[in-house]
Every structure is written in structure tokens, then in C-alpha cells.
Design a protein around this ligand. Structure first.
Ligand code: CS2
Length: 463
């Protein structure tokens, strides 16, 4: 079967597949995107595609994979074209965005990335490099490119971190300007680092999705993805070019003065529930999030966790509607969002997702039973074997030390809690010191070990 590319684009079925309208050949990328994973390609790339369709010519994307070459090269062979299957309540449709104009791999060709940062046509850098990607290597790469811009007398850039981190723009700014000197001064004076909150559930591609693409498109597409209809991008009004705000808003982006209320609600309600279900699902042997939320005891647990232990500390007032929309999104049967994908890098995700709520509940003298259950199921998850006796891989930069401790103390809840709940990198400085917290986690872990995770959850729901 021929592959999707600019020569075969016209072979796509006319009905049910939206194709790029803009004349892509004459576009120069204005956006350099770092982190060419599924999320960017099914979220921001579609926003930029919409802007291109509306005639804003500088939103084409040069997409950079940080390490892996396979996808970037496959997309290069397809002229940056790939199909996204959107699952809404009205059914499924396919869309081929045209925003991705070029791809590179940072580890293989750092000079190409540096040149792209320094290219006169580049106006924005967007990043989805994941929680663990904010390293000194990233800072060095960005600073080298920005130094060339400075020397060439070019304008600064808007650098938008779009990772699930609180204050992501400020964090990126701090990383890029950590070394004092003329370059950092120039970056501070000429570049903008808006905070932003991005949201769309985009599972990693699966062989089944690629097969569905083949069937629907009549073409091979190694970059095909599936996602939900919902998407949200809330960005702080802080741009080098002030016209970018209205342009983004015209494509459905929410431009605000303060992203924090949106980011808090999303990290703690959506991502916090995701991480809890991911660990629970892995331990119970459930494959995807829809299986978890389809289990009444888990649904009740997540509903209660959000309503009574997370939402009380959010400044977003519309949280009941937000929570109910999330429960419906988690149940989308088409997404097939793997629990193991979400559990990946849990040690980097948990600190932003659970402890902020637990700390606030404890400070207010309120209950932490459900948050403590999240921690307990994570400790059980680290053993790397589910309740059916099937092993699974814990993908995490800290997998080795954490799993060694979990296995060493397996079966002994008190020792597990002593060894693993005292890691400040995961739980912050104050929670490990709070006996109410450690006691609750230990009690849940004891019940999980004694009667199994689902029965322990039933007990919690009934309490
Ligand atoms: C998920 C997120 O994998 C994860 O950690 O919680 O990727 C989640 O699907 C997105 O943030 C939704 O916007």
C-alpha cells in the first residue's frame, strides 16, 4: 500500500477526512517544537494548522524529537503528514494536519536544532519534553541557539513550555537564565516565557490504530494517532509579539493573565486521577483507563477523591462541571489509554499531582484517606507484579532504587512505608514528617496486601 505523503494526499477519501488547505510548499517554519511525541502532534499541531488555514503564514512547525529517530524519520518520509482519528460523541473522524513542515532529531543533529533556533523566521519555541526533560542539556541547546540570535541582532523568541509542570514557563526561564551573564540578561530582556496549560488525552499510537488508519485512508501512515474531541490550551498573555495573543485566541486558545487556576485544576484533578487509576489498573491487571473508570468502585473512589480531597483547594470555581466532564472523558472507549503509559515516570509526576492536595487537606485538618490510598497503591505498584502474578515493567528514571526497596520490603507495609514514603523527591519535605499521612498510607497498604486492591477500595468507599 502506498504511504501518506504530499504526492498521495489527493488519494485520501474525500468524505470524512479533513486535509491541509494551506499551500505548504511555500511556508517557512515559524515554530520550533521540541518533543515530537503524540501529544504535540494531536494538540498544538492542530491549532497551528488552523492558523495556517486562516492565512497566518508563520505558524508552520519544525518538529524536533529529542532522541528517538524512528518517528522523526518516518514523518520526514511522509512530508510531515500524518492522520489523527478524533473520537467524539458523534463518532469518529480523521484529520490530516499540515502544520508539520520539517523534522529533526536533537541527539543526532544538534547543530540543525541550534540553527533553527537562530533562524530569522523562527518566532516561537514550544516544548513538550516531559517532566524529566528540563535538564542542563536542554538549557545548553537553547542557550547556544539564543546566543546566535543575540549575536546576529535578531529579535528574541517566545518560548512556551507545554509540559504538565506547575509554573512551566517560569521554570523554563529559570533554566535558560541560571548562568548569570550577558546572554542571560539578553534572554530576560528579549524573550518571553508564558506559563501554559495544555490538555488533550492522546494515547501513544498502537498497531491497531495504524491498522485503522490504513483501512480508513487507503494509505500507510506510520504517524497515525487517536485522540478525543476535547482540547484546551490556556496560555499566559506574555509574548514577544503581542499580536500572537489575538491570533491564538482566534484558533480557540484561551489567553489569560494568570494560568495558575487552570493549571492547578488540571494537574490535580485530571493528572492526579490519571496517576491513581494508572497504578490501580496496573496492580489489578486492567489494561486501559476506560476499564478503570468502568469499574464502579474505582469510579466512586475517583469521584470522591476529586470532590472531597482535591477540589476544596482549587481556585477554579467551576470544578463540579470540570470533574464530571473528566469522568466522561476517562470513560471514552475509543481512546484505549494504557495504564502503563500513564504510570511511566510516576516518580516525576506524583510530586505535582498528589502532595499539594494532601498538604492542604492536612493543614486544614481535613481527611486524606483517598490521597493516602493513591500513595499506598503506588507503593504496591512498584513491586512490578500485578495481583494475577503477572510481571510488568516500571518505566521510570528512579525505577531501580525504588523497586529494589519495594521488593526488599514486600509484604511488610510498615517497612515499605518507612523506606519509600520518606523520599522527599516524591513527597516533598513536610508529608513524610506527618504521622497522620504515614499512618493512613500504611493502613491502606496493609489492607491492599491482606484483601487485594479492589476489596481494599470497597472498604474505603464504604467507610
Ligand atoms: C497523563 C497525561 O501520561 C500522563 O501522565 O496523565 O498525558 C494526560 O493524558 C494529559 O496531560 C491530558 O491532557
Amino acid at each position: 500500500m502506498p504511504s501518506l505523503n504530499r504526492h498521495t494526499l489527493h488519494q485520501l477519501p474525500e468524505r470524512g477526512v479533513r486535509v491541509p488547505g494551506a499551500d505548504r510548499q511555500h511556508l517557512t517554519p515559524g515554530v520550533l517544537h521540541l518533543g515530537l511525541g503524540a501529544f504535540h502532534r494531536a494538540h498544538q499541531a492542530l491549532v497551528f494548522d488552523q492558523l495556517l488555514q486562516a492565512g497566518h503564514r508563520h505558524w508552520g512547525v519544525h518538529g524536533v524529537a529529542m532522541r528517538s529517530t524512528t518517528l522523526a524519520d518516518a514523518l520526514a518520509r511522509q512530508d510531515g503528514l500524518y492522520a489523527v482519528q478524533v473520537a467524539s460523541q458523534q463518532g469518529l473522524h480523521w484529520q490530516v494536519p499540515g502544520a508539520l513542515l520539517r523534522t529533526s532529531v536533537a541527539a543526532r543533529e544538534p547543530e540543525v536544532v541550534r540553527q533553527a533556533i537562530a533562524a530569522p523566521g523562527t518566532r516561537w519555541i514550544t516544548l513538550t519534553v516531559t517532566e524529566k526533560g528540563y535538564t542542563s542539556e536542554l538549557a545548553a541547546l537553547l542557550r547556544q541557539g539564543l546566543a546566535e540570535r543575540q549575536q546576529a541582532g535578531l529579535p528574541g523568541l517566545t518560548l512556551a513550555s507545554c509540559d504538565n509542570l506547575s509554573d512551566n514557563g517560569r521554570r523554563l526561564q529559570a533554566l535558560c537564565t541560571a548562568e548569570p551573564g550577558a546572554l542571560s540578561d539578553w534572554i530576560t530582556a528579549h524573550c518571553a516565557f508564558p506559563n501554559s496549560m495544555v490538555d488533550r488525552i492522546v494515547p501513544a499510537a498502537t498497531p491497531e490504530r495504524l491498522q485503522a488508519a490504513r483501512q480508513a485512508l487507503g494509505l500507510d501512515d506510520d504517524g497515525a494517532l487517536g485522540t478525543e474531541a476535547f482540547w484546551e490550551w490556556v496560555i499566559e498573555r506574555r509574548f514577544v509579539d503581542p499580536d500572537d495573543g489575538p491570533a491564538l485566541a482566534s484558533a480557540g486558545v484561551t489567553v489569560v493573565d494568570d494560568v495558575r487556576p487552570f493549571e492547578e485544576a488540571k494537574l490535580r484533578l485530571l493528572n492526579g486521577s490519571h496517576s491513581a487509576m494508572a497504578c490501580l489498573g496496573a496492580v489489578l491487571g486492567l489494561a486501559v483507563i476506560a476499564d478503570c473508570i468502568g469499574t464502579p468502585a474505582i469510579r466512586q473512589f475517583v469521584h470522591s477523591l476529586m470532590s472531597h480531597e482535591v477540589a476544596p483547594h482549587l481556585s477554579r470555581r467551576d470544578w463540579p462541571a470540570y470533574r464530571d466532564a473528566l469522568l466522561a472523558r476517562f470513560g471514552n472507549p475509543e481512546l484505549k489509554h494504557s495504564v502503563h503509559q500513564i504510570a511511566t515516570d510516576s516518580s516525576q509526576k506524583i510530586p505535582l499531582r498528589w502532595p499539594p492536595s494532601a498538604e492542604r487537606q492536612l493543614a486544614a485538618g481535613q481527611r486524606i484517606s483517598h490521597l493516602a490510598f493513591c500513595a499506598a497503591i503506588y507503593l504496591r505498584y512498584l513491586r512490578g507484579v500485578n495481583e494475577l502474578g503477572q510481571p510488568y515493567t516500571v518505566n521510570d528514571p528512579l525505577a531501580e532504587p525504588l523497586q529494589a526497596l519495594a521488593r526488599q520490603h514486600a509484604g511488610d507495609a510498615a517497612a515499605t512505608v518507612r523506606a519509600l514514603l520518606t523520599q522527599p523527591a516524591l513527597w516533598g519535605p513536610s508529608l513524610p514528617q506527618d504521622a497522620r499521612w504515614t499512618r493512613a498510607v500504611q493502613q491502606h497498604l496493609e489492607r491492599i496486601q491482606a484483601v487485594g486492591a479492589l476489596a481494599a477500595l470497597h472498604e474505603l468507599n464504604a467507610a
